[in-house]
Design a protein around this ligand. Structure first.
Ligand SMILES: [Zn+2]
Length: 129
């Protein structure tokens, strides 16, 4: 999935967050870089951010680490491939919420923190982790 960045406020995120641009023919002229999306925050035009090969490679590695964690959870709980990743990830997230409750951690704060990391990792190499 591609990332988009607002040309005005630099809001960046996956393409699903960016709605179709309104009045596109009045906002672009011949020779402009083409886009069909606008910023959900300020309404300015937003453009695809090309992902560099290294960023994609690092993020695939991050996905493999997460898959290993999900597989370990599936082994521990008796979920099978027939249950599917959707079920396994949903159950794991719910159980992580229970863990946070038990340990006095704030699940929603951690989720927002993780989303910030995810968004940054879509376009920046950063540290692996
Ligand atoms: Zn914006």
């Amino acid at each position: 999935m591609d990332s988009y960045r607002c040309q005005n406020c630099d809001f960046t995120g996956c393409e699903d967050l960016f709605p179709a641009a309104k009045d596109l023919s009045q906002r672009m002229t011949v020779g402009d870089t083409w886009t069909d999306s606008e910023c959900p925050k300020c309404g300015s035009l937003a453009f695809p951010v090309p992902q560099r090969r290294k960023v994609r490679r690092i993020n695939r590695k991050r996905g493999k680490w997460a898959l290993a964690a999900v597989r370990a959870f599936m082994d521990e709980t008796g979920l099978s491939d027939a249950d599917g990743l959707h079920t396994a990830i949903g159950d794991l997230l719910a159980d992580l919420h229970h863990l946070c409750d038990a340990k006095g951690l704030h699940f929603y704060d951690l989720t927002l923190h993780a989303l910030g990391h995810y968004r940054a990792e879509q376009t920046e190499e950063g540290d692996i982790g």
